[in-house]
Design a protein around this ligand. Structure first.
Ligand code: ATP
Ligand code: MG
Length: 180
């Protein structure tokens, strides 16, 4: 399975509908500072279910909607679609291509779709949980995370490895059980 395409419209600096095609294998996105590279990874995390505006570098969720520029008025809707090649049926759906869409209106209305069928945010989160692709997974490592790995104390760094290895949740459960 791989990310085949991302379609952005009204998300952060991507005011116009923008379609980025990816191939199987490695892709590097390069560009000057402020050109929108990080916004692309944030769009991916947003669709996968990110609910923290702060971790998307905003104060509140509508901050992801294009807020206008000198030449352009703000927009009222942000929409991002990820199209995944699922020929390997890595995602437990009977489709060789899976699209996942998230839309937000400035009035607060949210819509979510899997293969153009309306769904809940939870359905999207559930689809990706345990696939190793969820928003909490290590499939996306931010600039800040890289710094925290280098700067952290040995015991905190150990926590990062335990999280990556999938043992942290068991340790946390054990800790909770011992407190009872
Ligand atoms: P760097 O190389 O410095 O990491 P980058 O390519 O990752 O840069 P981004 O951080 O993705 O750049 O893009 C930042 C740009 O996105 C800024 O110009 C910022 O004004 C713009 N931007 C962020 N949110 C919005 C928004 N809601 N509406 C319009 N523009 C936005
Ligand atoms: Mg960046």
């Amino acid at each position: 399975m791989y990310l085949k395409r991302i379609e952005l419209s009204g998300f952060k600096s991507f005011a116009d509908r923008t379609v980025i095609e990816f191939d199987d294998g490695l892709t590097a996105v390069v560009g000057p500072n402020g050109s929108g590279k990080s916004n692309i990874t944030e769009a991916i995390r947003w669709v996968l279910g990110e609910q923290s505006a702060k971790s998307l570098r905003g104060g509140k969720m509508p901050d992801v909607i294009f807020s206008g520029s000198a030449a352009r008025k703000p927009l009222n809707i942000a929409e991002v679609t990820l199209v995944l090649n699922n020929e390997s049926h890595f995602l437990p759906l009977d489709f060789s291509e899976v699209s996942v869409t998230r839309r937000l209106n400035r009035n607060g209305d949210s819509d979510f779709f899997i293969n153009k069928q309306s769904c809940r945010l939870k359905d999207i989160v559930d689809l990706f949980t345990d696939s190793g692709l969820g928003k909490e997974s290590f499939s996306i490592i931010s600039q800040g995370k890289v710094e925290s790995i280098f700067n952290s104390k040995p015991e905190d760094r150990r926590g990062i490895f335990e999280e990556a290895a999938g043992v942290l949740k068991y340790k946390q459960r054990k800790h909770k059980a011992e407190q009872k």
